[in-house]
Design a protein around this ligand. Structure first.
Ligand SMILES: N[C@@H](CCC[C@H](N)C(=O)O)C(=O)O
Length: 287
C-alpha cells in the first residue's frame, strides 16, 4: 500500500472514554480545530472523544505559570475542536503512553509522574495491577444550579475539577434518560459551558453515572465527571470527604475526596498506534 507517512498517532482509552494521542515533542504540529474534528469523527477520521497532544510545557502559550518548561504537557482537545482545561481519563492514558513509549520513566521507587495541564500540574501514579491514579487537585463546590436534561429540570451541584461540572443526583431512571441533546444550563454561571453528570445511588459507597460532556456529547465515561459525581453523592449524604466507587457505561473507577485534594483511580489502556496519511493531514489545513 502506498501511504505518505504523516504524523504518528496512538489510540487509547480510560473506561472507554477514547482518545487519539499525537506525539509532538518538538512542538511543531499545527493542531487546528478542523484537524481535531476530522480526526475524532468516527466515519471521516479515526474516531475519538478527544485528542491528547504530547508536547513540552514550554511550547504551550497558555500553560499555567509555574510548570517547568520540560514537563510533558497534555494539550487536550474535545472532539468538536474546543480546548478544555483538564481530562481525568485522558491524563491517565497520557501517562500510560509516556511510560509505554519511554518518553518518561517510573519505577517502584519513583512511581509518580508530573504532567502539565491547563488546570495546573497533576501527579499520576501507575500501579502494578495496571490501574493508574491521578491526584486531581481539590474539587471545589460553587453552589447549586439546575439544568434541563431530556425535557426535565434537574438540580445539581456546581463542581470545579479544573473544568466545570454540574453533577445532578437523581433518584431513579438513570438508564432511561436521553442524553443525545445538549442540556440547557445556566449560561450566566457556566460562562464557558459545562459537563453535566447524572448520578444515581447504587448501594453503600457506590454510584452509577452518565455524562454529557461539553464539546463532545454523551461519552462512556468522564474522569473529571466521576470526581464531581463523587463530590455530589457525598454532599447529598452530608459528607464533605469520603470515597465512592463510580460505575460508568465504560467501566468502573474509584474516587477519594479528602479535605486537601481528590484522587481518581482507574484503568488506562493503549490500543494501537500508526501514522496518519500525510496527504489527508495536509488537505485538512486548506481553507
Ligand atoms: N473526558 C474528560 C473530560 C474532557 C473535557 C470535557 N469535555 C470539558 O470540556 O471540560 C475526563 O475524563 O475528564
Amino acid at each position: 500500500m502506498q501511504l505518505n507517512r504523516g504524523p504518528e498517532f496512538a489510540k487509547g482509552n480510560g473506561t472507554e472514554n477514547d482518545f487519539l494521542i499525537l506525539p509532538d515533542p518538538a512542538g511543531e504540529l499545527n493542531l487546528t480545530p478542523a484537524r481535531v474534528r476530522a480526526l475524532c469523527d468516527r466515519r471521516r477520521g479515526l474516531g475519538a472523544d478527544g485528542v491528547l497532544r504530547v508536547v513540552r510545557t514550554g511550547d504551550i502559550d497558555d500553560a499555567p505559570a509555574g510548570i517547568p518548561a520540560r514537563t510533558w504537557f497534555m494539550d487536550y482537545r474535545n472532539a468538536d475542536g474546543s480546548i478544555a482545561e483538564m481530562c481525568g481519563n485522558g491524563v491517565r492514558v497520557f501517562a500510560r503512553y509516556l511510560v509505554g513509549t519511554g518518553l518518561a520513566e517510573t519505577s517502584s521507587e519513583q512511581p509518580e509522574l508530573p504532567i502539565g495541564t491547563r488546570a495546573g500540574l497533576r501527579t499520576v501514579s501507575t500501579h502494578p495491577d495496571g490501574q493508574v491514579s491521578v491526584d486531581m487537585g481539590p474539587a471545589t463546590v460553587h453552589g447549586e444550579s439546575s439544568a434541563t436534561v431530556d425535557g426535565s429540570s434537574r438540580k445539581g451541584l456546581a463542581v470545579d475539577v479544573g473544568n466545570p461540572h454540574l453533577a445532578c443526583v437523581v433518584q431513579e431512571g438513570l438508564e432511561r434518560v436521553d442524553l443525545s441533546a445538549v442540556p440547557h444550563y445556566d449560561a450566566e454561571l457556566f460562562t464557558n459551558g459545562v459537563n453535566i453528570e447524572l448520578v444515581q445511588d447504587d448501594g453503600p459507597g457506590r454510584v452509577r453515572m452518565r455524562v454529557h460532556e461539553r464539546g463532545v456529547g454523551e461519552t462512556r465515561s468522564c474522569g473529571t465527571g466521576t470526581v464531581a459525581a463523587a463530590v455530589a453523592s457525598l454532599h447529598a449524604d452530608g459528607h464533605p470527604t469520603g470515597r465512592r466507587i463510580v460505575e460508568v457505561p465504560g467501566g468502573t473507577v474509584e474516587v477519594e475526596v479528602t479535605a486537601r485534594t481528590s484522587v481518581l483511580t482507574g484503568p488506562a489502556v493503549l490500543v494501537g498506534h500508526g501514522r496518519l496519511d500525510a496527504d489527508w493531514w495536509q488537505r485538512l489545513d486548506q481553507p
